[in-house]
Write a protein of this length. Sequence first.
Length: 336
Amino acid sequence: MSEKVKVTIDGITVEVDNGTTILNAARQIGGDIVPPAMCYYSKLEGSGGKCRTCIVKVTKGSEKDPRPMPKLVASCRTTVMDGMEVLNITSPEVLEARAGVVEILLINHPLDCPVCDQAGECDLQNLGYEHGLQKTRYEFERRTFDRIDIGDKIQLHMNRCILCYRCVFTADQITNKRVHGILNRGDHSEISTYIQTAVDNDFSGNVIDVCPVGALTDKTFRFKNRVWFTKPVDAHRNCDHEKCNGKVTLWYKGEDVLRVTARKDQFGEVEEFICNTCRFDKKATSDWVIEHPTHIDDTSVIASNHYETLKPLHVIQPNQALQAANEIELHKTVKY
């Protein structure tokens, strides 16, 4: 049995396993005190420490050494110690620094949300609005790259990339052979393939799911619809691939399946990676066993067109006739 240690984050104390990072300790508490993470991915070994959006302030190192850490630290890379005290959203210094990090990430990132397929489920877009950074103070010429196809179903928009390395770690750890990575250095760094080699393997589509921005897009879904006009539904099938469990989210528009993605947890991380056959080749309802509507957080824009249960308006609840009519109207839209 592993040793337990106590850590206090924003005044809330939690007991975690020794060796747990501050970020994962905060995730055990949940709620608003969980630091945002653009590069860390719990399913990928070695991820984290790239974007710095998860920085926090350690005001007490431990019971044995209560001195505070002199600088803000990346919570995804800093392990907790017994008696540690951490400030996140209760520290103005952290909030100001995090806003600065987000602004740096937006220096070269184009504000093309109206035409980006990731809009509505983009971590950087959420952080930009949260910190009031819908605009940029950057006045110099931005770096630009040509859009390239790195596979028959994946397009790379390098202009939007924030170099989180998630797609590189994914290719390293769940595919047989990685053919893309980081080329060049400094502000010339870019994700690319070796001599235009196509990314072609059974699990290559997962790089789309792990990308926190719109740098890697699904060519079979691009410009077909906005995510807030679709309805996500959990489904599964008996996949022939030995490494794929066939559990997915289907994104419906009416009766049509516009795209298939892996299921994600409350932190936006893929629960289990899926194969390309499930993702790209199975887009008929008959291919799947439908389970139930995917739970969407009320704070997500996707929830605006997603009804999990009938919730009649308060003003018509006492009137049974109006309530029945309201239910009929709502069910004119196809539900799964």
